[in-house]
Design a protein around this ligand. Structure first.
Ligand SMILES: [Cu+2]
Length: 177
């Protein structure tokens, strides 16, 4: 019997066995499949938020939001204007340390285009309990096309740590019949 201290027989130059070859082939095909699924899933997957994006200077976006608020303002809650845009219109909303601005009121069954951006740092647009999440960056605008199906008040929280007041960065989205 060979000594347990002796190295095992060196076999790497011998042809691989059938079992090993089979598994290498399976692993290779699986790699091709997963690689192909990356673009396919990106195009076909239902996880994609239906939307588009474009670039803008934060001060210009701020001006756009202020003009939008001025035009459709219907009230105010805790210092934040409440805005009710006409059905089917474009809605402008920004996040900044530490608030979402303004509070938007939408109607069930109507389609809106939500333009969302940040004025300062990265924020997380998180609409609850629907769990719609978007990374909001200064300089980039996300356009989210939404058609509310149920009336109620939805919480809009920031889910990307943005500074000392991050935990108070809570707002809402109102949907009415
Ligand atoms: Cu935050």
């Amino acid at each position: 019997m060979a000594s347990p201290l002796a190295p095992p027989e060196r076999v790497w130059w011998k042809p691989a066995g059938l079992l090993e070859k089979t598994w290498v082939r399976i692993a290779f095909v699986w790699c091709l499949f997963l690689t192909a699924m990356m673009p396919i899933w990106f195009l076909m997957g239902k996880q994609n938020v239906p939307g588009e994006s474009y670039r803008i200077d934060p001060p210009a976006f701020r001006e756009r939001v202020m003009a939008f608020v001025e035009q459709y303002r219907v009230g105010e809650e805790q210092g934040i204007p409440v805005v009710e845009p006409p059905p089917g219109s474009d809605v402008y909303l920004f996040g900044r340390m530490f608030q979402w601005y303004p509070i938007v009121k939408l109607k069930v069954g109507e389609t809106y285009r939500l333009h969302v951006s940040s004025l300062d740092v990265q924020h997380g647009f998180s609409l609850q309990p629907l769990n719609i999440n978007l990374q909001i960056l200064p300089g980039y605008v996300h356009v989210i096309t939404v058609t509310p199906t149920r009336a109620g008040e939805y919480s809009l929280v920031c889910n990307e740590y943005c500074g000392l007041g991050h935990h108070i960065m809570v707002s809402k989205l109102i949907v009415t019949e």
